[in-house]
Design a protein around this ligand. Structure first.
Ligand SMILES: N[C@@H](CCC(=O)N[C@@H](CS)C(=O)NCC(=O)O)C(=O)O
Length: 202
């Protein structure tokens, strides 16, 4: 399998952490790709010009991290499966909150890539306010996050979101006033899957 990704993309990191946790990392060849200067060949694979994209052994193209995670889960074992019923939706809601933190933080980066005179501080503030509110919501539920040998995609998404804030929004100091989340992340960040996928020094 070929995974087109960048070393800074949190979406790509989520996929790479999942591959590692599922014992599939050795089967995934990383092709470092900058989506902002994508070649015609890459645009032929993913017309959205985004990373990550997975090309499977049979040549199927999966152009989105959530899709790729679902595919990898169909190929490997090693993640704790979700319960059925109300508990499932509570977990998925938490996962989507973390996904929303990633979306908002990436949107800030996207805005920062624009020429200085076009950047909107109001838009960035709006995204960061959403991040702060959502961190508070996750802090209130931090005791629901697993620190066990096998984890779920919710823990991976929360962990990647927090790691991305350390990388791109360190001034937020997300740990302040969020001791439970910070405590959980302390051990989660030590997992080999997280250690081996750290973004480069900012
Ligand atoms: N929904 C997509 C989002 C992927 C995404 O936005 N990736 C960013 C990098 S972090 C990207 O490729 N951006 C290029 C662009 O927006 O043009 C996923 O989950 O894979």
């Amino acid at each position: 399998m070929k995974l087109y990704c960048s070393s800074t993309s949190p979406y790509a990191r989520k996929v790479r952490v999942v591959a590692h946790e599922l014992g599939l990392a050795d089967l995934v060849e990383m092709v470092v790709t900058d989506p902002y200067t994508a070649s015609e060949a890459y645009l032929g694979i993913n017309p959205l010009s985004k990373v990550p994209t997975l090309v499977t052994d049979t040549g199927q193209v999966l152009p989105d991290s959530t899709l790729i995670v679902e595919y990898l889960q169909s190929r490997g074992r090693g993640l704790t499966s979700l319960p059925r019923g109300a508990a499932r939706w509570a977990i998925l809601r938490r996962q989507w909150l973390a996904e929303g933190i990633i979306d908002a933080a990436v949107s800030c980066q996207l805005e920062r890539r624009r020429p200085a005179e076009l950047q909107s501080e109001a838009l960035i503030e709006r995204h960061l306010a959403a991040v702060v509110r959502t961190l508070d919501a996750l802090e209130a539920e931090a005791s629901e996050l697993l620190s066990t040998e096998t984890v779920r995609t919710v823990e991976i998404t929360v962990g990647v979101a927090l790691g991305y804030l350390d990388f791109r929004q360190p001034q937020l100091q997300w740990r302040r006033g969020r001791e439970r989340l910070a405590h959980w992340y302390l051990s989660f960040a030590l997992r080999p899957s997280m250690q081996s996928t750290q973004p480069p020094a900012a």
